[in-house]
Ligand binder design. Structure first.
Ligand SMILES: [Ca+2]
Ligand SMILES: [Ca+2]
Ligand SMILES: [Ca+2]
Length: 282
């Protein structure tokens, strides 16, 4: 297989390099607003405060006055406007930081591993207010009786994107392989769309950063997604309107896996049948 694979990749590269493959632009870009957002608030006594409907979300560690407790933001987007079967090519998150203290800190996005809720709790400031039914808290995914497996929430330990934030301004977490993978995964499996944790510096006192939430009247979070809508021909694996070396390379790159995109005939494996389908539609 290796020799064939190298051969077709060489052909595909040659075709691209010589301009034989024209890339018809069918890419679509949409801006999606947050469907839910909130803040987890740690408490030394286990009290459960929440900020489901608050105008802001928080990430980082507060100062001594707040007992040095932690804040973790949560944010989730509704992807239902993107057609099923689309291939996501770029993902950018924009948040408006509306208050800050202390120096520059990194803010990272980590894919949430469990579902969580946004209840009716509302408060000004990052101290929160007693949780309402359905709120995400440090202890519960859904207050009062559905706890996180791990207090503070369960999320992918490797960040999908990281941005250094300084003064009050809009900040963009630029597209990354992981951000694209997160959104593609949610598109493929909407029931597993739990969004991201927004994690700040959890060591330094007064590192906490405040971002406007979807419940704010201005500067709401935005997710900018570029995707190729589904092609009528399933052999057009990347949905760019052509069956060519790019599709072949994707099939070969996923060889032997169960990648739903590259498994053109949906038999559970990316193999010679899928390769034949690409070649037949070339
Ligand atoms: Ca909210
Ligand atoms: Ca294609
Ligand atoms: Ca197959």
């Amino acid at each position: 297989m290796s020799a064939l694979r190298h051969f077709v990749i060489a052909i595909a590269s040659l075709a691209c390099a010589t301009g034989l493959v024209t890339d018809r632009a069918t890419a679509t870009t949409v801006t999606v607003e947050s469907a839910a957002d909130s803040t987890l608030i740690s408490d030394p006594d286990g009290a459960q405060y929440a900020l489901g409907m608050a105008y802001q979300i928080y990430a980082g560690r507060v100062g001594d006055q707040g007992l040095g407790t932690l804040r973790r933001g949560l944010i989730r987007f509704d992807l239902s406007t993107i057609p099923a079967g689309s291939v996501v090519t770029s993902v950018q998150l924009k948040l408006y930081m509306s208050a800050t203290q202390g120096p520059t800190f990194n803010i990272s996005l980590h894919r949430a591993q469990q579902s969580w809720g946004e209840g009716a709790s509302f408060a000004f400031g990052g101290g929160g207010t007693p949780a309402q039914p359905g709120d995400a808290t440090w202890v519960n995914r859904f207050f009062p009786g559905e706890p996180w497996t791990t207090p503070g929430g369960n999320y992918e330990p490797v960040a999908s994107a990281t941005k250094s934030v300084a003064g009050i301004a809009w900040y963009s977490w630029a597209t990354s392989t992981r951000l694209v993978s997160d959104v593609q995964g949610w598109l493929n499996q909407p029931a597993a769309n739990y969004g991201w944790f927004v994690i700040g510096n959890e060591t330094t006192l007064q590192s906490v950063k405040r971002f406007d939430s979807r419940n704010s009247t201005v500067n709401q979070p935005q997710l900018i997604i570029t995707y190729n809508p589904p092609s009528a021909n399933p052999a057009d694996v990347n949905n760019d309107g052509f069956v060519n070396g790019v599709d072949l390379a994707i099939v070969l790159g996923a060889w032997g896996t169960s990648s739903p995109t590259a498994d053109i005939n949906n038999d559970g494996t990316v193999n010679g049948v899928d390769l034949a389908l690409v070649l037949a539609s070339w």
